[in-house]
Design a binder for this molecule. Structure first.
Ligand SMILES: [Zn+2]
Length: 196
């Protein structure tokens, strides 16, 4: 069980979270799990969280080098998107096809993604999630057209999977799959918080 230490108190709590592996194109750069309330915690208390296991469920994911799109965000492109055409802040979006211009503003239909790939790839995993291979255009586009299913998004997810961008600049590279607690897992914040 995970061990949590709150101030002078210590107790055990077992948490199971499910989130997608990929990046997302929503109000934040990475979709998060639900908040967890810790009864009795005081402002400034510390929490120790030990991650015991990570199970990858996505069938494929995408990554690469990114490029921020001027005029499509205010300050931080990961959290403050802005439609370059109608000016809506945090615009609700939908997909219109696949590719790097497919994320559109619900209000006016403009391409609103705040960042895109300068060079990217989709990597598809074997059934045991031990290795993956980066895909050519036709296979990448097949996956992009069914991005939510290949990402295995959690039921309540509202993100647009990055697979929809269909990047395919790096083809035929085989790599091992080694889950690790990157920013996808450890983006943990506390509310209310206290400056220390
Ligand atoms: Zn718009």
């Amino acid at each position: 069980m995970n061990s949590l230490v709150i101030g002078s108190l210590a107790f055990n709590l077992y948490l199971v979270g499910r989130k997608s592996l990929s990046c997302c194109l929503w109000r934040c750069g990475h979709e998060v799990t639900r908040p967890v309330a810790v009864e009795g915690a005081e402002i400034g208390d510390a929490i120790v969280i030990r991650i015991q296991d990570i199970t990858v469920t996505s069938l494929a994911t995408a990554s690469g080098n990114g490029n921020f799109m001027d005029g499509r965000f205010v300050g931080d492109p990961y959290v403050a998107g802005k439609c370059p055409q109608c000016g809506t802040l945090y615009p609700a979006t939908h997909l219109d096809g696949i590719g790097q211009t497919a994320v559109r503003c619900n209000n006016c239909g403009a391409d609103v993604t705040p960042f895109n790939f300068t060079n990217g790839y989709i990597i598809f995993f074997d059934p045991n999630h031990l290795v993956g291979v980066t895909l050519p255009r036709e296979a990448a586009e097949t996956i992009a057209r069914n991005a939510k299913a290949y990402t295995k998004l959690p039921d309540n997810s509202i993100q647009i999977p990055i697979l929809a961008f269909s990047p395919h600049d790096l083809v035929g590279l085989v790599a091992r799959l080694r889950p690790y607690p990157s920013s996808e897992v450890v983006q943990i914040s506390m509310l209310p918080q206290k400056t220390v």
